[in-house]
Ligand binder design. Structure first.
Ligand SMILES: Cc1cc2nc3c(=O)[nH]c(=O)nc-3n(C[C@H](O)[C@H](O)[C@H](O)COP(=O)(O)OP(=O)(O)OC[C@H]3O[C@@H](n4cnc5c(N)ncnc54)[C@H](O)[C@@H]3O)c2cc1C
Length: 463
């Protein structure tokens, strides 16, 4: 029986790639007749770049995007101030992609869809989920699908969530609206993200961000409610700008909500269907991709207890991230330097993990800084023959990986890639004695131990 994924946004596409690359039967249906066309979620966080690396598609994202440009504040008195939302971080052996990366959402969708179809997948456009009883799904084409599992990746207004009767608690800020548009223009240099605060020097009234790899800009006009009002704001605040084309537009209303369940029997919610954020801080799309990355390998394994860990691991993360983006949302009424500050390291999502969760087993009497449940860092090591080993190269792909730091590999059941690391010290992993580190398919650390029997027991128990 198939797995049915509803929605081909970034979340659904990631789930589909995870199943496709494991040769697990699935279908992905998308209500719209065509891919999403807006630039909406344009900020990819460093942890998402690592996910894309594991999926084998990072190079294309790096070629399609760029670092965030500096902000340029156009003050009411005519002066200009340039500054960065966050410093540019240098790569380290443990964190090779330390900076946020800007890619318009339509390009993210396009690259994920191309990767999926390149692996042999197919997206069924113009096909909506209209009904759900257990895992029997009705489609707008009139077809009924008996699915083994269903993934509701159908966005903030999720039909699947509604049909499940799962609540979506939170707040809608009717007064916090914003007109967003993808525009072409003349009169502004593309070397900065331009912002115009109000006459009091606070609360942004217009912002124009150049989208890398295109000649398009993402325009925000928080006080406008229509294209005509947006044009009036541009004429008033930035008379040097001439809009030459207006493409995708959207009237955004701040909604901050999340579910209290990620799983109802064999139906799973993921991405915006499970949590919607303020765009402040650029967390929504990233959290959705990571929901799918957590869920994909568990669906492929088809193990009921393992699938329960999806909610246990992801629901607390969604609540945490929602708290951060909400805090940033409320900051938007401050002066631009304060409102747009994005230097909090949690935004990069590298520290998010599942420590203390149901799949984290750290058996060491004196665990180091990097523990079971944490993101598996990159590192430059050597194997027993002295040849260089980059850990992310070893982790890339759908497999489990056992890193053996200065200790022989035990016989492990199942398909686990074993990597013999020559020495028993490593700074990225904070390891100082012979240690076994078992890394999950989604590149979080499952088990850390000095005793090979712990690894064997962990793998047997799960697989
Ligand atoms: C102005 C703005 C800026 C943002 N900036 C950022 C940012 O910088 N970084 C970030 O991480 N996030 C950002 N976000 C949030 C981001 O856009 C969303 O979190 C992201 O789109 C969620 O992806 P998704 O796949 O879960 O849902 P969606 O992208 O909404 O995709 C859901 C898909 O499901 C389809 N669908 C709906 N109903 C059905 C059905 N019944 N059957 C089948 N298909 C269905 C829809 O057509 C859609 O294609 C921003 C959002 C806004 C509004």
């Amino acid at each position: 029986m198939t797995i049915l994924i509803a929605g081909a946004g970034p979340t659904g596409l990631t789930a589909a790639i995870e199943l496709q690359r494991r040769h697990v039967p699935y279908r992905i249906v998308e209500a719209s007749s065509h891919p999403f066309e807006g630039s909406r979620g344009k900020g990819l966080q460093p942890r998402t770049l690592e996910v894309l690396d594991d999926l084998g598609v990072l190079d294309r994202f790096l070629a399609a995007g760029a670092l965030y440009p500096p902000l340029r504040i156009h003050r009411p008195d005519g002066t200009l101030t340039d500054w960065r939302m966050d410093e540019v971080h240098e790569p380290t052996p443990a964190v090779p992609y330390p900076n946020g990366w800007m890619v318009p959402q339509w390009r993210t969708g396009e690259l994920l869809a191309e990767h999926l179809t390149g692996l042999g997948g197919r997206i069924e456009y113009g096909t909506a989920v209209t009904g759900l009883r257990g895992t029997t799904v009705e489609l707008s084409t009139g077809e009924t699908v008996e699915a083994r599992y269903v993934v509701g990746a159908d966005g903030g207004r999720s039909t699947i969530r509604r049909l499940l009767g799962v609540g979506f608690a939170g707040e809608t800020y009717d007064t916090h609206t914003m007109f967003i548009a993808d525009v072409r223009l003349t009169g502004l240099p593309r070397d900065a993200w331009h912002m115009w605060p109000g006459p009091d020097g606070r609360t942004q009234q217009l912002a124009l961000c150049p989208l890398p790899g295109t000649d398009v800009w993402q325009l925000f006009a928080p006080l406008a409610t229509s294209e005509a009002e947006m044009r009036a704001v541009v004429a008033r605040l930035a008379p040097e700008v001439t809009l030459t084309h207006v493409g995708w537009t959207s009237q955004f209303r701040a909604n901050i909500r999340m579910v209290d369940r990620y799983r109802v029997d064999n139906v799973f919610l993921a991405g915006d269907a499970a949590h919607i954020h303020s765009p402040a801080g650029g967390q929504g799309l990233n959290t959705g991709i990571q929901d799918a990355y957590n869920l994909g390998w568990k669906l492929a394994a088809g193990n009921d207890a393992l699938l329960d860990t999806y909610e246990a691991e992801r629901l607390p993360i969604a609540a945490h991230v929602l708290g951060i983006s909400t805090k940033l949302h409320h900051r938007q009424f401050a002066a631009p330097e304060e409102a747009m500050r994005r230097d909090d390291p949690v935004l990069r999502q590298l520290g998010l993990g599942y420590r203390g969760g149901p799949l984290a087993a750290d058996h060491r009497p004196r665990p180091g800084e990097v523990r079971a449940g944490d993101r598996a860092p990159d590192a430059l090591c050597h194997d027993t023959s002295g040849a260089p080993v980059r850990i992310f190269d070893a982790l890339r792909g759908p497999h489990w990986t056992l890193l053996c730091f200065g200790t022989p590999a035990p016989a492990v059941p199942g398909e686990v890639h074993v990597v013999d690391i020559g020495g028993h010290t490593d700074a990225s992993y904070d390891i100082t004695e012979p240690t076994l580190v078992l890394v999950r398919p989604d590149n979080y650390i499952g088990c850390v131990t000095h005793d090979p029997a712990d690894v064997t027991a962990y793998v047997k128990n799960l697989l």
